[in-house]
Design a protein around this ligand. Structure first.
Ligand SMILES: C[S@@+](CC[C@H](N)C(=O)[O-])C[C@H]1O[C@@H](n2cnc3c(N)ncnc32)[C@H](O)[C@@H]1O
Length: 232
């Protein structure tokens, strides 16, 4: 499941998330704050989008493999990260057939797992490709926030949601899955990983300067969730 936002409008999405409130001034700094020293580490970036994370991780000394199912996103990412790093098209809903076992120190997946109906194939492969002391760090929409758009009204259902998002400054249709925290935790546990940290994000001073209203909203209301997992 994906959206025209990540295909036809990939270049616009790239521009939009460089400095916006929710991605640049909240979600990215929150997820990046969970990463430890990256110098010399091998990092896998799942659902890499236009390579904004990949560029940052490379600047911190990591060797990056970036994957997305959108050819347009991979083209943009390749142009940014150059030939010393890998970027290729792959649907992560079927897992990671091209990656070797025990290859990565860190796997990240910012804001992409909610496009997958079944998390088990991906999570079990993430466990397989992680080194013994590796970490899997991902972010996703908070299921309680998405519950506002629930067609069933059943928090415990895993369900498809169709909405319009305004990331590009106009309504763009997006389809994604909302699932309860227990279903997410179940997939992590089934894969042989354990959750070592759950974080709900920290609004930055930069966000406060850019928009006091959004800073106050994100300081007091739910938005995203961030998970840090390791091998059980
Ligand atoms: C919200 S964007 C996030 C991009 C990037 N992780 C970031 O935070 O800047 C979600 C990305 O996930 C990708 N995606 C969605 N479903 C996917 C799938 N099944 N396999 C691989 N990538 C997928 C989309 O193409 C899009 O680039």
């Amino acid at each position: 499941m994906s959206s025209v936002m990540y295909k036809e409008y990939a270049s616009e999405y790239d521009v939009a998330i460089q400095g916006n409130l929710y991605n640049a001034k909240f979600e990215r700094p929150s997820l990046l704050s969970l990463l430890t020293e990256l110098e010399g580490k091998k990092l896998l970036d799942l659902g890499c989008g236009p390579g904004v994370y990949a560029q940052e991780l490379i600047s911190r000394g990591a060797s990056v493999t970036a994957i997305d199912n959108s050819e347009d996103m991979i083209e943009i990412t390749r142009a940014k990260i150059g030939s010393n790093h890998k970027a290729y098209v792959q649907d992560i809903s079927i897992g990671l057939p091209n990656e070797k076992s025990g290859e990565f120190d860190v796997v990240i997946c910012p804001l992409a797992i909610h496009y997958l109906k079944d998390l088990n194939p991906l999570f079990s492969d993430v466990r397989r490709v992680l080194k013994h002391n590796g970490q899997f760090i991902f972010s996703t929409n908070h299921p309680n926030v998405d519950f506002r758009s629930s067609p069933s009204g059943d928090y415990f259902a895993t369900e498809e949601i169709n909405e319009e998002w305004h990331t590009l400054g106009r309504p763009v249709p997006v389809t994604y899955y909302r699932r309860p925290i227990s279903a997410l935790a179940g997939s992590i546990s089934c894969s042989g990983m354990v959750i070592s940290n759950i974080f709900e994000g920290l609004p930055t001073e930069e966000l406060k300067k850019a928009s006091l209203a959004v800073f106050e909203k994100l300081s007091t209301k739910l938005s995203f969730m961030f998970y840090v997992c390791k091998l059980a």
